[in-house]
Design a binder for this molecule. Sequence first.
Ligand SMILES: Nc1nc2c(ncn2[C@@H]2O[C@H](COP(=O)(O)OP(=O)(O)OP(=O)(O)O)[C@@H](O)[C@H]2O)c(=O)[nH]1
Length: 383
Amino acid sequence: MPLDPLTMLTISVALAAAAALYLAIEWRSIREPSLLFWSAGFATITVGSTLALLRSSGFLFIGIWFANGLLVIAHFLFLLGVARFTQTRLSRVWALMFIAWLAMLLVPDGPTWSKVMLLVNSLLVALSTLRASFLLRPHGKSLSVGAVQLRYVLLAHGVFYVAKALTAVIPGTLIDLAALRGAIIQISLVEGVMAIMLIALSMTGTERYRREKQIAHLAARDPLTALYNRRALEVRAPRLLEDVSSTRPGALLLIDIDNFKLVNDLYGHTAGDRLLIALSEMIRAVLPEASLAARLGGDEFVILLGNATKEQVVSLGNTLREQFQQTATQTFPTPEPVTLSIGADLFDQPPASLAALIEQGDAALYASKRGGRNSIRLVDRTL
Ligand SMILES: Nc1nc2c(ncn2[C@@H]2O[C@H](COP(=O)(O)OP(=O)(O)OP(=O)(O)O)[C@@H](O)[C@H]2O)c(=O)[nH]1
């Protein structure tokens, strides 16, 4: 049994209100501005659909003109939300949408103007929606499943509104906005209900996926240097270590700053932090593919290499040592030199565990410290 227009509109009001509330609650917990725009968009649809119900009571200005204008604003709010989500700036030209909408309020009554109203209104909605879909296209970065879904839902919704605009100019189509009669209006109401559900679901999916990724990223990183922390290294190291063989030896470099305490004592903790960040950036810059780097804690860092050679390990260690010494001497001169001691281990069989490997690296590091610091000690276990 087909549902009558008033029932469809009532369903739209309920669904849009639920979506607005849900997105607002999500916003309260994660404070992501795009959620607020999307919530405001659904709240606007709630008000617009409620006003559209007044058509049956003869309130045509509020029930048609004003209600349709709110639909345009709602889609513009969706576009603003997508722009925030994709960190894009919208051109000021979009402000013309409001002028077009205000102009629609001046349109007189009558079937011809009814069509003009439908045409302009549909095109404005289509414009915002298609632009939002276009902003969600993949550009360099891969999109999450939720964002891809949102992109296609918006695209389908936008195409629907283009088609709706075209029907308004086809002669002979019955469009009675006042009485909510005509095939186009019936189809629109059904599409509207479906679109509200799909858009709201894909919006929440989009944000949730991004939040989960952010949480996973934060949990795996050292907050100061953004390198992996020890736990993240423990999770990722086994895959790299499994591939170690006599044809693809692995290597570990354990790096510790010499006399780091002096920087903290003489220049303050913030200066010490800056030096730790500088070292992490140097490490990132020299890190080959298929390798891992982490801050184990304090002034101790680790690099794990797959498919390494003795020459590569020594060269990488010495590059870091020289770069660091230069930076530390220039930025924070100290009575004792602030340098790097490195303990390295080259191996051609997967170690018993990461902890066992770090212990071996520790022994080499200790030897480097005892031998006068500012040096690299390599234990070659491939011989
Ligand atoms: N600025 C800063 N200092 C830290 C941080 N974590 C640990 N430290 C300091 O780093 C120092 C590490 O201690 P040590 O390794 O014994 O100091 P060191 O002077 O480098 O000693 P050697 O390694 O024997 O040369 C301590 O003074 C800690 O307070 C941090 O996140 N930021």
